[in-house]
Design a protein around this ligand. Structure first.
Ligand code: NAD
Ligand code: TYD
Length: 352
C-alpha cells in the first residue's frame, strides 16, 4: 500500500487527485497533503475526507521549500511516494510578478528532489512524480503536435519555471538515479478551479452579467482535458510508468478560445433557460497577454499505447458537469474570491 505525499493538495488538481484516490482507487493507501495555503488553496475542499478517513488522510500546512519541515513529514508518515502538484499556476500572475513562481516551482521542486536524494542515500527509496504542463514546449504555429521528444521552449515566467523544474527532475534521474517520472498535461477544467482561469472565469462572469474578456483576437488554441482524466493518468503513471520517462497527457480536444466561450454560452443557456445571446453579447476583445502562446496541442500516443490510458469524459459531458458544479457551489466561489477562507484557515490551522 502506498504512503503518498501530495503537495499542493488544496488547489484545483491536487484536490481532485486526492478525491480520486479515495473515491476511485481501491486499496488502503495513506495520503498526506502538504500545502502552503496560498490564495489558490481551499482546505475546506477536503474536509469530508479529513473527517471520514482520519487514519488515512492527513493535512500538513507547509511550504515545499521548507526542507527541514518536509523532511520531518516524510519521516513521520513513512512516505514512499511524492506527487508534486504544488505550484504557482497562473500565467497572468507570473507576468505581473514572477518571483513566487521561481521560488515555489523551481526552488520548491529542487528541495523535494534533494530530500528524495537524501532518503535514497539512507537506503529509503521514494518514488517522485512531477506534475508538469504542455506549456513547457512553447507555442505551436502550424498544425503539428508536441510529442515527449519536442524541445522545451517556454514563453512565460510560469512555463519557464515549470520547464526548469522538469530539467532538474531529469538531471536527478540521470545523475543520482532517483526513481522519478514527469507528466505534461494540457489545460485542465472541472470542479474546484480557481476562478481566474478561463473556463470558471467565463462561467461566473456569464452568470453575473459581467464582461467576458477575450485576449487578442480570441483565436488562440488550447487542448482541454477534464481534471478527473488527468488524475487517472497520473495514477496510471504511478502504477505502471517507466522510471525516467515523461508522459504527455492530452484530450485531443483543441478549441479556439472564442469558440469555447460561445460553446459555454450554449451550455449556460441550456442550464438557466436564458438566451445564448444574453451571454455572448458580453464578449469583449481586450489587449492581448504579452508573450501569449498561439497554440498548444499535445500528442498523447505514448501514454495511450504504452499504459493504455484513455480519457473517460467527452468535452460536452465534462463542461456540463463543470457548469453544474459552479452553479451548485456559488458559496465556494464566494469564499475563495473574498478571501474569507483565509480567515477560516487562520482559525482552523493556527496551531499546525
Ligand atoms: P492551483 O494554483 O489551483 O493550486 C496550487 C496549489 O499549490 C495551491 O493549493 C497552493 O496553495 C499550493 N502551493 C503553492 N505554493 C506552494 C508551496 N510553496 N508549498 C506548498 N504548497 C504550495 O494549481 P493547479 O491548477 O491545481 O495546478 C497543479 C499543478 O498542475 C501545477 O504544478 C501546474 O503547473 C500543473 N498543471 C496545471 C494545469 C492546469 O490546467 N491547471 C495543466 C497542466 C499542469
Ligand atoms: P488560462 O486559463 O489562463 O490558461 P493558460 O494561459 O495557462 O493556457 O487561459 C486559457 C486561454 O484563455 C489562454 O489563451 C488565455 C485566454 N484567456 C482569455 O482570453 N481571457 C481571460 O480572461 C483568461 C483568464 C484567459
Amino acid at each position: 500500500m502506498k504512503r503518498i505525499l501530495v503537495t499542493g493538495g488544496c488547489g484545483f488538481i491536487g484536490t481532485n487527485f486526492i478525491k480520486f484516490l479515495f473515491n476511485n482507487v481501491s486499496g488502503e493507501h495513506t495520503v498526506v497533503n502538504v500545502d502552503k495555503l496560498t490564495y489558490a488553496a481551499n482546505p475546506e475542499n477536503l474536509m469530508d475526507i479529513e473527517q471520514n478517513l482520519p487514519t488515512r488522510y492527513f493535512f500538513e500546512k507547509a511550504d515545499i521549500s521548507d526542507i527541514e519541515k518536509i523532511e520531518k513529514i516524510i519521516d513521520k508518515y513513512e512516505i514512499d511516494t511524492i506527487v508534486n502538484f504544488a505550484a504557482e499556476s497562473h500565467v497572468d500572475r507570473s507576468i505581473i510578478g514572477p518571483q513566487d513562481f521561481i521560488q515555489t516551482n523551481i526552488i520548491g521542486t529542487f528541495c523535494l528532489l534533494e530530500l528524495v536524494r537524501k532518503f535514497q542515500k539512507m537506503g529509503k527509496e521514494i518514488r517522485f512524480h512531477q506534475v508538469s504542463t504542455d506549456e513547457v514546449y512553447g507555442s505551436l504555429q502550424g498544425s503539428e503536435f508536441f510529442s515527449e521528444t519536442a524541445p522545451y521552449n517556454p514563453s512565460s515566467p510560469y512555463s519557464a519555471s515549470k520547464a526548469s523544474a522538469d530539467l532538474l527532475v531529469k538531471s536527478y534521474v540521470n545523475t543520482y538515479k532517483i526513481p522519478a517520472t514527469i507528466s505534461l498535461c494540457s489545460n485542465n477544467y472541472g470542479p474546484y478551479q480557481f476562478p481566474e482561469k478561463l473556463i470558471p472565469l467565463m462561467i461566473l462572469n456569464m452568470l453575473e452579467g459581467k464582461e467576458l474578456p477575450v485576449y487578442g483576437d480570441g483565436l488562440h488554441i488550447r487542448d482541454w482535458l477534464f481534471v478527473e482524466d488527468h488524475c487517472s493518468a497520473i495514477w496510471m503513471i504511478l502504477q505502471e510508468g517507466k522510471i525516467g520517462e515523461s508522459y504527455n497527457i492530452g484530450g485531443n480536444n483543441q478549441w479556439e478560445n472564442l469558440k469555447l466561450i460561445q460553446f459555454l454560452a450554449t451550455i449556460l443557456a441550456e442550464k438557466t433557460g436564458r438566451n445564448i445571446e444574453d451571454f455572448t453579447k458580453l464578449i469583449r476583445f481586450v489587449k492581448d497577454r504579452p508573450g501569449h502562446d498561439r497554440r498548444y496541442a499535445i500528442n498523447s500516443d505514448k501514454i495511450r499505447n504504452e499504459l493504455r490510458w484513455k480519457e473517460s469524459f467527452d468535452f460536452t459531458t465534462g463542461l456540463r458537469l463543470t457548469v453544474d458544479w459552479y452553479l451548485n457551489n456559488l458559496d465556494w466561489v464566494e469564499k475563495v474570491r473574498s478571501g474569507d477562507y483565509l480567515k477560516w484557515i487562520e482559525i482552523n490551522y493556527r496551531n499546525r
